[in-house]
Ligand binder design. Structure first.
Ligand SMILES: *Cc1c(COP(=O)(O)O)cnc(C)c1O
Ligand SMILES: [Zn+2]
Length: 419
């Protein structure tokens, strides 16, 4: 299979595979179109299974003529059966796709690896991005690994962990007093005047293709079969919709059989333009000014909002939002039942999963996959509240007293639970 062209999502006009993202005819967004005609599904599967242990095993479904060299290969993150969480929520078969297990600890490594491979192929020496945090981490790291110059533009009020974990790579990190949407607008303007590859502006069609690998991996890890439902966070809506595109491609080509899963989208109340449009039956999103602890999802004017709405409705999924309190509880629930510590975005996903399960929107016999997109150590403030550690004297007596006190609290807690 070969990438053929860029194609306008709205009017279908074709363009060559270059650094271009908007249709000159109708201003619609461009995406990569492939020529599937020569593909033999059995041969494609064999090639994937013999491929490298990361996203490049799916190179035939990415916008390259040859598999790129990549010093920091992301992907093949664990898909874990989450029986204890499933039981807690009354679900029969629940899986967690843990995409925190990537080189810079979020799913953004997938999209950046693809965008930077394209940037190198097109001859760019400098890469840049507008980021809500995780993209900054990934661009800085992958640029360092590839020896490219990089500029990273972020809202200045991001979590300190994310800023530090970006600056360490020696990128030029610029904090803007404003929202992500302000930063993104500035980058779109800068893109006109600088000869740079902006991974989520002029390289966006390639960047977004990287998200398909999350769908491919999930299918392969489920023994070449599909889940019935996917619960996934939404910021711009790119990840959500490209998981849909990846599954549709494989269904059409016969690499997997069955039906497209139900797509449930997850947002924070404080930035929920897609959930709001879903709830009101609107076809487009009304921009919001974000105010939430889920900063990685704080995009008030989501570029792929319309397509996310369409996908959720077409597959009989839902798009839900949750409060900051529910996000914190979601982080703890996932940690306590699966051993996975996720960032605020994963708290959003877990809390929306719990909300849908409690509302009876998920049947017990469904196979559900929740997409956990980032690492808890990046948003430590979300779990600081209510946490304390007592230091004791280094004696057995003091230790016994402390254990006794902990047991009393434990007994009280379990009595409260059963009573
Ligand atoms: C970027 C991001 C997302 C989703 O982003 P989209 O713009 O919707 O593709 C989800 N979770 C985390 C942790 C992210 O960093
Ligand atoms: Zn067009």
């Amino acid at each position: 299979m070969a990438p053929k062209s860029l194609s306008c999502r709205e009017c279908g006009t074709a363009y060559p595979l270059e650094a271009r993202y908007v249709c000159e005819q109708c201003f619609g967004p461009l995406e990569v179109a492939y020529d599937h005609s020569a593909l033999d599904p059995a041969e494609a599967k064999r090639k994937i299974q013999a491929g490298p242990a990361g996203i490049w095993r799916y190179a035939d479904f990415l916008p390259f003529a040859e598999r790129p060299r990549d010093p920091l290969e992301p992907g093949l993150t664990p898909l874990l059966r989450a029986d204890r969480l499933g039981e807690r929520l009354g679900l029969g078969e629940l899986w967690i796709k843990n995409d925190a297990a990537n080189p810079t600890h979020s799913f953004k490594d997938r999209v950046v690896a693809v965008a930077l491979a394209k940037a190198r192929e097109l001859g760019f020496g400098t890469v840049a991005c507008a980021s809500t945090g995780n993209l900054a981490n990934a661009v800085a790291a992958h640029a360092a690994a590839a020896g490219l110059d990089s500029y990273v533009f972020v809202p200045a009020d991001l979590e300190e962990q994310k800023l530090l974990a970006t600056g360490v790579y020696g990128t030029r990190l610029v904090g803007v007093r404003g929202t992500y949407d302000d930063v993104n607008r500035l980058c779109t303007e800068l893109c006109e005047t600088r000869p740079w590859a902006f991974v989520n502006v002029n390289l966006r069609p390639y960047y977004s293709e990287g998200s398909k690998t999350l769908a491919y991996e999930t299918v392969e890890q489920l023994g070449w079969s599909l889940p019935d439902r996917i619960v996934c966070p939404i910021a711009s809506g790119s990840l959500f919709t490209k998981i849909g595109k990846g599954l549709e491609e494989w269904l059409e080509l016969g690499l997997v059989a069955g039906e497209l899963p139900a797509f449930d989208g997850a947002q924070a109340n404080g930035c929920s333009p897609v959930a709001e449009a879903y709830a009101n039956g609107w076809e487009t999103c009304r921009p919001q000014r974000p105010e939430t602890i889920a900063k990685s999802l704080a995009i008030g004017n989501p570029a792929d909002g319309v397509y996310a709405l369409e996908l959720a409705r077409r597959t009989r999924g839902a798009i839900e939002s949750v409060s900051d309190t529910e996000i914190r509880a979601g982080i703890r629930l996932l940690a306590e039942t699966t051993g996975i510590f996720t960032e605020t975005a994963g708290g959003v996903t877990t809390a929306v999963l719990a909300k849908l399960a409690e509302a009876g929107a998920i049947d017990r016999d469904e196979r559900v996959v929740a997409i956990i997109t980032g690492e808890g150590l990046k948003t430590l403030d979300a779990v600081r509240e209510g946490f304390r550690i007592e230091a004791i004297e280094p004696t057995l007596e003091a230790l016994e007293a402390e254990i006794g006190a902990a047991e009393a609290v434990g007994a009280g807690a379990s009595q409260a639970e059963s009573g």
